[in-house]
Design a protein around this ligand. Structure first.
Ligand code: MLT
Ligand code: MN
Length: 308
């Protein structure tokens, strides 16, 4: 199975459009230690020909242009992109669908909750229903991902709920501390080929639970939420008022952080993805980048290619 990281940054990308944080300035200055990154998405394929997107970022048009695997071939209107699997309704994960207009056949998989969000926003009707099927995924049910004409793409996903929060733009403050979030709002994907677990994709997660730790124990590969290095870094650096916890993301560092939480697990490759424009692990050579690397983690980058 082949995996290409199309985008490694969190919502807003790196640098985010309105961010003048030193991190973001280094990227704009074309510092080689601080390469720009598009918003988080993977391309996955078993045959190297037909590809499935895990999330569709607003940067999808650029991601397609930057990655020859996704270029049209074999016809004047064609695409190797055969399916899209969504893990939540974040702006950074769904708005790429709008670039996939108009009459190209592919399947869109998401939980019923996220499908409802798409259905309630008629702008997504740019995906012509004659060509694009919207298929609901059930939590904990293995699903064989297929092309629009029903051909199996060779792998299965098992969607499962992880601690998280409803997308920012769907928050309902009247519904209390969790803004009306339900389990189907934030999912992760267990990806299998011929019944064997190949990798986990967990781009958003608010905390580690015993069940999640047990599930990913022994995995060959895990992509994990790398949004913030420290919970209060946006507040501390004066660029925002929200903590990671408020946004539904556990932090990389700290006693409750991701590096500590996964340190006792046997996982062959651990890779951070969905990394915020303020996170020092974006930049090669920082003490924080060195700390995660010496703890056995990798930091994904746009164009990173893996085979599992
Ligand atoms: C998130 O992951 O928390 C969201 O992408 C935030 C946002 O939409 O800006
Ligand atoms: Mn996001």
């Amino acid at each position: 199975m082949y995996i290409t990281v199309l985008g490694s940054a969190a919502g807003g990308g790196y640098p985010q459009w309105n961010c003048n944080h030193p991190n973001s300035r280094r990227a704009r200055a074309k510092d080689v230690a601080a390469p720009m990154r598009t918003q988080s998405s993977l391309a996955v394929s078993c045959d190297g020909e037909r590809w499935t997107l895990f999330n569709a970022s607003p940067d999808l048009r650029q991601q397609i242009n930057d990655n020859p695997i996704l270029h049209p071939h074999g016809g004047l209107r064609a695409s190797p992109l055969k399916a899209v699997v969504l893990t939540n309704a974040d702006v950074d994960h769904v708005t790429g669908l709008l670039s996939l207009r108009e009459s190209q056949a592919f399947n869109v998989y998401a939980t019923a909750r996220v499908q409802l969000v798409l259905a309630q926003n008629s702008i997504f009707n740019v995906l012509n229903p004659q060509y694009v099927a919207r298929i609901s995924m059930s939590l904990e049910q293995s699903l064989a991902v297929s092309t629009a004409d029903g051909a199996a793409l060779g792998f299965e996903v098992v969607p499962f709920a992880v601690p998280g929060k409803v997308a920012l733009w769907l928050e309902d403050a009247s519904k209390g501390d969790n803004f009306g979030s339900v389990a189907e709002d934030t999912i992760a994907l267990e990806v299998r080929e011929s019944g064997r677990i190949k990798f986990f994709y967990i781009p958003a997660c608010a905390r580690m639970t015993p069940a999640l730790a047990a599930r990913i124990q022994g995995a060959p590969l895990v992509f994990f939420d790398g949004t913030l290095y420290t919970d209060d870094e946006m507040v501390r650096d004066g660029v925002g008022h929200k903590t990671g916890q408020r946004m539904g993301h556990m932090s990389v560092s700290g006693a409750e952080g991701t590096v500590a939480a996964l340190s006792h697990l046997q996982i062959s490759r651990k890779i951070f993805i969905h990394i915020n424009t303020t996170n020092p692990i974006l930049i090669a050579g920082t003490p924080e980048r060195q700390a995660v690397e010496s703890s056995g983690w990798e930091v994904s980058f746009d164009g990173m290619r893996l085979e599992v």
